[in-house]
Design a protein. Structure first.
Length: 379
């Protein structure tokens, strides 16, 4: 209550429409006045002068107030700062490595996705901004496991993979694609080993939360180093064997002699055997020729070709697994059709002469070219 200059007394009433805040501002929603004997309030404008109360003989002034909503000033700087804060929160969010989406969920893609699932099971998370580091790490692990996959039995017999990664084999199904078994070479091992060794020097991999990942990489590096040393020693031993003039296998225990009778009419000689049949027709009986000069170069086709050979006259095939750079040597000669005309002693003499006359070549390609040249001369 206060008094004006005319000594007129006013009574002020506050009516709050909301809970009174502990802090902040209140704003006047409306103002009403009434006289001493009146029971009805009359609303007045908020900008109205207090002298109006004197004119209407109003003694009571009622203010209806409510909580003032906090007004935030929006400008370009605050918008940019808010966006940057939200971006930082997103970047620092810990998330798992995402799987790869592909139409072919087999082979190396399936191996990678299985590694991602393993990381999720082990709760290996990365900040969203560093997710590329995790993906790169898994790619390097996948490349090493993919290299060792076709040789898993040999690897586990000589080394010990990390327990979590020991089940990662059988993804490279080269047999279903009718491909030759991939070779595990020193260069191939080095290409998979070097990036892993460089990865071990990355600072983030030394954190405690990535200890499982670090143990995987360390275990794979140990396996690759052992297999590399083993392959290097194998190459040294192979060079020694190839340079030796003494056969690795004895002719007494590593030879095979088989007689192939002629095919019966109406069967005819298959086209792939026409060349060897023409060559044998112009040679005398019990005169050997090198059969591998006519065989396919591919070893799988060559094996089938040798097992299926049958000509219009009987032949004898003599195989000797020499070893060294010569591999398995195969000769063939023509024999008489009648059993009574065949000479067993001549066959024994031929085999002994062939073993004694085994030539020495520097490489397999040199032996192959010399054989082809002599074959052309005979034809």
């Amino acid at each position: 209550m206060f008094k004006s200059k005319t000594e007129f007394c006013f009574y002020i009433h506050l009516t709050v429409t909301t809970n009174v805040p502990e802090s902040g501002c209140m704003k006047v929603q409306r103002v009403s006045i009434c006289g001493a004997d009146d029971t009805k309030n009359s609303d007045v404008d908020l900008g109205c002068s207090i002298s109006v109360c004197l004119e209407f003989n109003s003694k009571y002034i009622t203010y209806v107030v409510c909580k003032e909503e906090e007004m935030v000033s929006v400008n370009a700087f605050s918008v940019l700062m808010t966006a940057q804060k939200n971006q930082q929160e997103v970047e620092h969010e810990m998330v798992p490595i995402p799987q790869r989406e592909s139409e072919r969920l087999y082979g190396d893609v399936k191996m990678y996705n299985d590694l991602v699932n393993l990381c999720s099971d082990k709760t290996i998370l990365f900040q969203r901004k560093n997710i590329c580091d995790g993906e790169k790490c898994l790619v390097l692990i996948k490349n090493a496991l993919w290299l060792l996959d076709p040789h898993h039995e040999e690897v586990v017999s000589r080394c010990e993979l990390p327990a979590d990664l020991n089940r990662f084999h059988g993804y490279n199904n080269y047999k279903a694609k009718k491909h030759a078994k991939p070779r595990l070479t020193v260069d191939g091992i080095s290409s998979a080993l070097q990036p892993l060794e460089e990865l071990m020097l990355v600072p983030w991999l030394a954190k405690t939360e990535y200890s499982v990942l670090r143990n995987w990489i360390d275990g794979i590096i140990c396996v690759l180093l052992k297999m590399k040393s083993y392959r290097i020693q194998m190459n040294i031993n192979q060079k020694v064997r190839h340079g030796s003039m003494v056969p690795l296998r004895s002719p007494q225990f590593n030879t095979d002699i088989s007689t192939i009778e002629k095919h019966m009419p109406p069967a005819i000689t298959k086209p792939e055997y026409h060349a060897v049949e023409r060559s044998l027709r112009v040679t005398q009986e019990y005169q050997p020729i090198d059969l591998l000069n006519f065989a396919p170069v591919d070893r799988y086709r060559r094996r089938h070709w040798l097992d299926s050979i049958q000509l219009s006259f009987p032949i004898v095939i003599y195989k000797y697994a020499h070893g060294n750079y010569l591999g398995t040597m195969v000769w063939v000669w023509r024999i008489p059709v009648k059993q009574d005309d065949r000479k067993e002693g001549e066959t024994a003499r031929l085999t002994a002469a062939l073993i004694a006359d085994v030539r020495t070549y520097a490489t397999r390609s040199m032996r192959r070219e010399i054989g082809r040249a002599s074959c052309r001369e005979r034809v």
